[in-house]
Write a protein that binds this ligand. Structure first.
Ligand SMILES: *[C@@H]1O[C@H](CO)[C@@H](O)[C@H](O)[C@H]1NC(C)=O
Ligand SMILES: *[C@@H]1O[C@H](CO)[C@@H](O)[C@H](O)[C@H]1NC(C)=O
Ligand SMILES: *[C@@H]1O[C@H](CO)[C@@H](O)[C@H](O)[C@H]1NC(C)=O
Ligand SMILES: *[C@@H]1O[C@H](CO)[C@@H](O)[C@H](O)[C@H]1NC(C)=O
Ligand SMILES: *[C@@H]1O[C@H](CO)[C@@H](O)[C@H](O)[C@H]1NC(C)=O
Ligand SMILES: *[C@@H]1O[C@H](CO)[C@@H](O)[C@H](O)[C@H]1NC(C)=O
Length: 936
């Protein structure tokens, strides 16, 4: 009982020490400890799979040389922490709050999770916070921006934040950059955000925000970039926007803005990027658009603009990309646009433009032109029709779904840079020009749904870059040219609904990239080449409604071809068309030697003498094969039996040698060991194999793995196999220590029942405790803390009793931690793993290497000091931490410094709670002086 009291007192002084420590830390060596500690604690909260933070060592005096850390040369304090793209995971813990001088925090492009601490922005010196590209979540606490001192840049882009954007944001009057893009922020914006007059960049894109832009937007005199893309903003753009005269980038795309564009926008003469795509804007494209002389990109696509394109658009000399697609524009394109010499892409698709195709598009250096889905009739021949020069800049020409008629220009080959040519859905007549073969860069050719006739020119093989060839719904006749085999990149070949004849060329089987083939509704004849099974990437192959015949290829894609892809070919056979094929080959004669010679196979049937010879040869082959198989089976069986008997023999040997040792006679034979059961009942032989069996493994600890096995009388025991055997003392020392441990008996101690010794293998045999470890009860399992307060008290009391008993027997546990406290079936704690450290002669040295240290239990700071003698105080400290762990349910950290700091900060946080204050108000004075020695 006296021991118990002594221990309680020690625990209290430990708590006291933990609570007082931070103050001491600061007074002793303020700068050093805060930065090193802060970063080490930050590191303890995250996982670093690529080991980028391995240079961060708690033993360093300064973090200034650590990876990603930058210090001020004057103060030597950490001012920048930059850890971008390191695949870090885990949470941003409290450690960073120690870095009082931090100006820039950049943790972008990692995999950090959890929420953001409301205190982060309270770091007075912080100017830049970049947490973009992580998986942070939750909403941003309103306090976050309440004290944002000198914050200039905040980027939380590409995370999973949600909820409202806090209204306190408007208090950060120094903010120049706000980037909250690609999150799940919702609701209207706080109005104050439009009053942040220092703001230069505002990116709120890709969220769920709604509401209107208020008039007050005119206060944002410094705004250069605004991106509200991909939200649910609505209303019209206020006149005030014209006052943001420094605006360079406006991206309002993919919202529900409506109305006309305000005339004040013409003042935005510095604006070079304007994207209003996919809104509900209406009215004419304003004439003043020509005033925006800096414009390089103008995207008004997907709105309801109507009327003609204003001539003034020709003033936009710097324009590179003009996208008016999907509006209601009419009329023809103004010739003035020929002045836009820098145009690269022009998209007027899905409007109602009529008139002629402007000729300058072919020669102006444009590389992308689309007029798809309009009503244009003339002008496809282009200026290249006669000139013979080449116009290689144009790569993408989509004139589909218009009203072009006449023939495809024969000089189309002059557009030698073309990669895509879509003339589908027009009224083109005549043949496909042979010049198609000159388009060496062509990837996509779509001439479908026209009135083309003639045959597919063999020159098509010259367009060897083709990936997609669509000629369906024309009047093409003749054969599919075999030159198609030159288009080896072909993925899609769609020729359906023409009048093609002749066979499917074997050449097609060489186009191994083919995925989609549609030859349906033609007049193809002949059989299907067997080689088609080589097309391993096929996902569709439609040959329905032709005149094909014979057998479908067997294998590959054709085993699963859908019946609809082959129907309408009356002479095709095979399982897909549900029609068996007539036998083409003679029946195997061997099966019916007596068949009469008047059968239909008579032409190939040999005379009976030959039949018999064939019979006997095949019989010999069959018998031979059977014999080989039988011999093989026998051989394999015999081999199997041998292997099995040899393994069982070795298992028997193992049991035998363990059995021999039951004599308890110490033996000098190096190969066999010595088994001692303290109870005098060494009935152990049944369980030896358990050590070879992973399934019986209960767990692993610092000293070795533990297995469960059963004695012959049915009693389960736990066997610990010491892995540190190379460190173990001599046999005599080992036996002396173990016997000492074996004598200790206490209801709260796991009983050591015996041991087994060989030079290379040492086993300790313990009583088996069924309920699992305290660690498991506290930290694992779905519900978390299963233990009631009563049970917790019981555990603490039982553990204290057991330690007191050990100390009375002069044994130091030395390895106190929650995973070494087991709970038995009735909820009683049983402390295990005691005294093992004594088995290691080199302990003093090894204990200090962090490897063993983390395997050992909770260690008091002073014991890391090499000169300090190990005493029972060591257990007192460990017990104190165990108490903390049981009471708080928190996991201690792995090394003592961090564990200590963690406990301290945790306690600090909970200091206000009465139960702690009562406990720790008592004897603070005595301990403080003597603890100074152990500062970091
Ligand atoms: C982040 O985590 C996700 C899933 O947890 C994983 O797919 C991804 O590769 C990780 N990214 C990085 C940069 O580690
Ligand atoms: C906002 O952050 C994202 C992700 O880091 C970045 O791609 C984007 O360019 C930023 N926006 C602005 C306007 O700089
Ligand atoms: C605006 O944001 C969207 C979505 O985040 C992005 O795709 C787009 O490129 C941004 N616009 C500009 C001009 O950066
Ligand atoms: C024009 O905008 C539409 C959608 O609004 C888009 O699909 C198309 O690719 C754009 N055209 C060009 C040339 O960028
Ligand atoms: C060609 O244009 C038509 C109509 O605009 C479209 O349906 C088709 O997908 C386009 N072809 C290719 C290959 O893109
Ligand atoms: C298809 O070609 C055949 C013979 O070449 C001809 O008799 C038939 O009328 C053509 N069918 C069509 C729809 O052009």
């Amino acid at each position: 009982m006296g021991a118990m009291l002594k221990m309680k007192a020690s625990v209290f002084s430990l708590l006291t020490f933990l609570v007082l420590a931070p103050a001491l830390t600061r007074s002793l060596n303020p700068s050093l400890n805060d930065d090193v500690l802060g970063l080490i604690v930050f590191k303890a909260d995250i996982q670093d799979p690529n080991g980028k933070l391995s240079s961060w060592s708690e033993d360093d005096d300064t973090p200034c040389n650590w990876f990603g850390v930058k210090c001020s040369p004057r103060s030597n304090r950490v001012i920048e922490l930059t850890l971008n793209g390191l695949s870090l995971t885990g949470r941003i813990g409290r450690g960073l709050l120690q870095l009082q001088f931090l100006r820039k925090l950049s943790l972008s492009s990692n995999n950090l999770t959890g929420s953001i601490s409301p205190n982060l922005a309270k770091l007075q010196n912080l100017r830049v916070i970049d947490l973009s590209g992580n998986s942070l979540s939750g909403s941003i606490p309103d306090e976050f921006f309440k004290q944002c001192g000198s914050l200039r840049v905040i980027s939380l882009a590409k995370n999973r934040f949600s909820g409202k954007i806090p209204s306190s944001l408007s208090l950060c009057s120094t903010l120049a950059t706000i980037n909250l893009s690609s999150n799940r922020f919702s609701s209207p914006l706080p109005l104050g955000i439009w009053g942040l007059s220092a703001l230069r960049t505002l990116d709120l894109s890709d969220n769920l925000l709604e509401g209107e832009i208020p008039k007050g937007v005119e206060s944002l005199k410094n705004l250069r970039v605004i991106n509200l893309s991909k939200n649910m903003f609505s209303g019209s753009i206020p006149d005030g926007i014209g006052s943001c005269s420094l605006l360079r980038t406006i991206d309002f795309s993919e919202n529900s803005f409506s109305g006309n564009l305000p005339e004040t926008m013409q003042k935005l003469s510095l604006c070079n990027f304007m994207n209003l795509r996919k809104n509900l804007f209406s009215g004419e494209v304003p004439k003043w658009i020509g005033e925006l002389e800096s414009l390089e990109t103008l995207d008004l696509s997907g709105n309801k603009f109507s009327g003609a394109v204003p001539i003034s658009i020709g003033n936009l000399q710097r324009l590179k990309v003009l996208n008016f697609s999907a509006n209601r524009l009419t009329g023809s394109l103004p010739d003035s646009m020929a002045n836009c010499m820098n145009l690269v892409a022009l998209d007027f698709s899905q409007n109602s433009m009529n008139g002629d195709l402007p000729q300058w598009i072919f020669s102006s250096g444009l590389n992308k032109v689309s007029f798809a889905e309009n009503k244009i009739r003339e002008g496809m021949n282009g200026p290249f029709a006669s000139s013979g020069s080449s116009f290689e800049s144009l790569q993408f020409l989509d004139l589909s779904h218009n009203e072009f008629s006449g023939e495809t220009p024969a000089t189309i080959g002059a557009l030698s840079g073309l990669q895509l040519l879509n003339l589908s859905r027009n009224s083109l007549v005549g043949p496909i020009p042979v010049a198609i073969g000159d388009l060496k860069a062509l990837n996509v050719l779509d001439l479908s749904e026209n009135w083309l006739n003639g045959s597919i020119p063999p020159e098509i093989g010259g367009a060897y870059s083709l990936k997609e060839l669509r000629l369906e719904r024309n009047f093409l006749a003749g054969k599919i040219p075999t030159s198609i085999e030159n288009c080896s990149s072909l993925v899609s070949l769609i020729l359906s609904k023409n009048n093609l004849t002749g066979p499917i060329p074997i050449a097609i089987a060489k186009l191994t990239n083919l995925q989609n083939v549609d030859l349906s509704f033609n007049s193809l004849t002949g059989g299907l080449p067997k080689q088609l099974v080589n097309l391993v990437h096929l996902s569709s192959f439609n040959i329905s409604h032709n005149h094909l015949q014979g057998e479908l290829p067997a294998g590959g894609f054709f085993n699963t071809i859908s019946p609809s892809s082959v129907l309408g070919n009356p002479s095709l056979c095979g399982s897909a068309v549900n029609k068996s094929c007539p036998a083409v080959l003679p029946k195997p004669i061997v099966l019916n030697p007596n068949s009469s010679s008047d059968s239909t196979t008579s032409s190939v049937a040999p005379n009976p003498r030959h039949k018999r010879i064939i019979l006997s040869i095949s019989a010999i082959i069959a018998i031979g094969a059977a014999a080989v198989i039988v011999i093989g089976v026998i051989a394999i069986t015999v081999l199997n039996l041998r292997v099995r008997s040899s393994t069982s023999r070795s298992a028997a040997a193992l049991t035998l040698s363990a059995g021999d040792d039951f004599s308890r006679s110490p033996t000098t034979d190096a190969n066999s060991g010595k088994l001692v059961m303290f109870s005098g009942d060494p009935d152990f032989s049944t369980g030896t194999h358990a050590l070879l069996n992973k399934d019986c493994e209960l767990g692993r600890g610092g000293f070795g793995a533990v297995y469960r096995t059963v004695l012959r009388d049915g009693r389960p025991v736990a066997i610990k196999k010491l892995t540190v055997s190379s460190l173990v003392k001599s046999q005599e020392d080992f036996e002396r220590e173990v016997k000492k441990l074996g004598k200790v008996r206490h209801p709260n101690l796991v009983t050591l029942e015996g041991y087994y010794w060989t030079q290379s293998l040492q086993l300790l045999i313990y009583e088996f405790v069924s309920g699992g470890s305290l660690h498991k009860h506290l930290h694992e399992g779905s519900g978390g803390n299963f233990l009631s307060w009563n049970e917790r008290f019981n555990v603490i009391q039982g553990t204290a009793k057991s330690l007191a008993h050990l100390h009375q027997s002069n044994i130091i546990h030395y390895n106190i931690k929650s995973s070494n406290v087991l709970i038995d079936g009735s909820g009683e704690p049983k402390v295990g793993d005691y005294g093992l450290a004594r088995l290691l002669p080199m302990l003093d040295r090894y204990v200090l290497s962090s490897k063993i240290q983390s395997a050992l239990g909770y260690m008091a700071p002073e014991f890391a000091c090499r000169t300090v003698k190990i005493t029972d105080k060591c257990d007192v400290y460990g017990f104190g931490v165990l108490v903390l762990e049981v009471v708080t349910g928190k996991r201690p950290l792995s090394t003592w410094k961090m564990m200590w700091w963690f406990s301290v900060t945790w306690l600090e946080e909970h200091w206000k709670k009465a139960e702690w204050r009562n406990v720790s108000m008592r004897s603070c004075k005595g301990s403080s002086r003597q603890r100074r020695r152990f500062q970091l």
